[in-house]
Design a protein around this ligand. Structure first.
Ligand code: PLP
Length: 366
């Protein structure tokens, strides 16, 4: 007896490839018998868990036998105050990735179209495929979103448009004026998710007033996360901000206890840890400048980035350089899976980690 499980699965599942995460440090060290390797592959916060989040987690431990607060009351109240929105405009997720999936479960069905850019967060492609929807992939412009082409790609069959700003894996950034001009062109019954996973790294003067736009664009959904600048990737907590009635619809489909107690407590504390956030942002700015200077000096091509990573274009298959860096104990991210086989994405780490990476790059590319 043998069952063809793939044939049993929903339409689209047979075409899916599992998400390829960055290589874990332990795996590399086991394979090569080395130690002290550095991982600059998954855009995590190199500062590690912040002190306030850590204390909040310790304090929450005795309550773990109980279910978490299904409505995340405290975290939503804290976020609402910070963002100047109502608590009923917020929905919390087990990472923003879960909320992206929830959006699809709730709104996107087979045959409908989802518009997104070439070279963007792979989760949009995966979710589109998993739901049997039609991916309308708009060719990139200078490695980023071509908003005019994206607006032109919207049809009567479009359900969702996904924009990542700053973009992952390229770090490109769309300014206020062009984004708002785009939103004004999108029909009201087409949802737009604006994924701002890296917004904290953008200089305040340049940051998008996306939350302010919600009042004028009821089809807009702003997505944020605690996984990057707030340093909580392992706990899985993210949120979306949108129209309260849209939150209400999403809440019908959401799992009741999707955010665990530790994640809720830690995110609330992390939100108040402005020292930690500032330290993370400052470190990123300083080290990004060092990478840029290094690339300029070596005559290497890179994509200017507003996020916590920078993408290098070797203009030839980047696979051998990736493998050679691994042998030097440096894990970066090959992004052939994003359609960029000549590129390597490097997450900005601590100063000594970046130093290791630059020395390894100099050696490997010599
Ligand atoms: C890292 C990242 C996220 C965050 O995902 P979580 O599930 O919140 O950890 C979301 N969007 C983009 C574009 C990212 O790069």
């Amino acid at each position: 007896m043998s069952i063809n499980y793939l044939a049993l699965a929903n339409a689209g599942v047979d075409q899916l490839q599992p998400y390829q995460p960055g290589k874990p440090v332990e795996e590399l060290e086991r394979e090569l018998g080395i130690s002290n390797s550095v991982k600059l592959a998954s855009n995590e916060n190199p500062l590690g868990l912040g002190p306030k989040a850590k204390a909040a987690i310790e304090q929450a431990l005795p309550e773990l036998a109980r279910y978490p607060d299904a409505n995340g009351f405290n975290l939503k109240a804290r976020l609402a105050g910070r963002l100047k929105v109502r608590t009923d405009q917020l929905i919390l997720g087990n990472g923003s990735n879960e909320l992206i999936d929830l959006l699809y479960h709730t709104f996107v069905s087979a045959g409908q179209e989802v518009v997104y850019s070439q070279y963007t967060f792979v989760v949009y492609a995966l979710a589109t495929q998993a739901h049997g929807a039609k991916a309308v992939v708009v060719p990139a412009k200078d490695f980023g979103h071509d908003l005019d082409a994206m607006a032109a790609a919207i049809t009567g069959n479009t359900k969702l448009v996904c924009i990542t700003n700053p973009n992952n894996p390229t770090g490109t950034f769309l300014g206020k004026a062009e984004l708002e001009a785009f939103l004004a062109k999108v029909p009201e019954n087409v949802l737009v998710v604006l994924d701002e996973a890296y917004t904290e790294y953008v200089d305040e003067a340049e940051r998008i007033p996306s939350i302010d736009w919600l009042a004028g664009y009821p089809n807009l959904i702003v997505s944020r996360t605690f996984s990057k600048a707030y340093g909580l990737a392992g706990l899985r907590v993210g949120y979306m901000v949108c129209h309260p009635e849209l939150v209400g619809v999403l809440n019908r489909v959401r799992e009741p206890f999707n955010c665990n107690s530790l994640a809720l407590a830690a995110a609330e504390a992390a939100l108040d840890d402005t020292d930690y956030l500032q330290k993370a942002v400052n470190l990123n700015r300083q080290e990004m400048a060092r990478y840029v200077a290094f690339f300029e000096e070596k005559g290497l091509n890179y994509i200017p980035s507003k996020a916590n990573f920078i993408t290098l274009d070797l203009q030839r298959d980047a696979g051998p350089a990736y493998e050679a860096l691994l042998r030097e104990g440096v894990i970066v991210r090959p992004i052939a899976g994003y359609g960029l086989p000549t590129c390597l994405r490097i997450s900005i780490g601590l100063e000594h980690e970046n130093q290791r990476c630059m020395e390894a790059l100099a050696k490997v590319l010599a």
